[in-house]
Ligand binder design. Sequence first.
Ligand code: PMV
Length: 332
Amino acid sequence: MLTKSEFVKQILGPQSLMISEAITAFAPANIALVKYWGKRDSELNLPVTDSLSIDLGDLGTETSIEYSPDGRDYVILNGNVLDLNDPFAVKVINFIDLFRDAISNYRTGLVIITNNNIPTGAGVASSASGFAALTKTLDKYFDLRLTDRELSLLANLGSGSASRSIFKGFVYRHAGTDPDGMDSYSEPLPYTWPELKIGLITVSAKAKRVSSREGMERTVATSPLYKQWPQQVKEDMEKMLSAIKEKDFELLGSTAENNALAMHRCIQSSVPPINYFEPETVAIINKVQEQRKNGLPLYLTIDAGPNVKLLYLEQDEEKVKSQFPDMRVVNR
Ligand code: PMV
């Protein structure tokens, strides 16, 4: 079993130090249509199951890295210089240290500038785009020339969903079985579906009450429903792949919605229970299901937070907007 540091060294190989000018990279946020919930290895952050996502287009994170003239590290998030004890700054520096350690113990300070155009910690997976953008920027800054698959393996050390944010479009994340995690990568699927639309409803932009790491640990350890989860994901993956290939919207929407609600049932049945929903989340779920009964092909998915993502086809956009005027349409 590898440590995080050994994992990074194995992927990077022997490196001589090459430092470039300030470097910037962008990665999109993504939402899982079949969710990842639960780790098979907590050190290497490896998932129990496969997952499948779609990117959120121009919503995501842009990260720049530049040399720090005074030798100290700086983490700047959305224009604010963070205290280095801030939890976000700690995560970023720990991640960067894995690279610095692998590159001949490179210890020079860096300035890391992160700009999210999605609310941080609002369940719209800014950690996914954040760590994917950071990994891409580190690759360019240190001129590592890693493959996309290697980038997806490394981004995963920051956040499981970040592995998928290396790519655009529909992305398949393999859980893998290798104890060293080298087969636990993401890859893009060769299908596009321009008429498939995503609408975001932000119920709350506050950071979530329980982190996904803690939520997953508690669910895996205590939820009586979790033992059915791997089989549910297996079946949902087959349905989702066939829905995407055949452009079967009802199958895509119903599978995504069932999968998300099943994940939340597992989470809610943890001991002590965790509930990521707000009353407004539940009201939106009811309204979506009611609209569907009235004939509107509309489905939803929800990550580890209160916010709802609507799934519909472009031809129904006006009808969906009239029911959910606060919805923000994702530009993909
Ligand atoms: O990437 P993490 O550790 O924040 O976990 C993501 C968990 C979900 O967003 C709920 C599901 C997923 O697959 O993105």
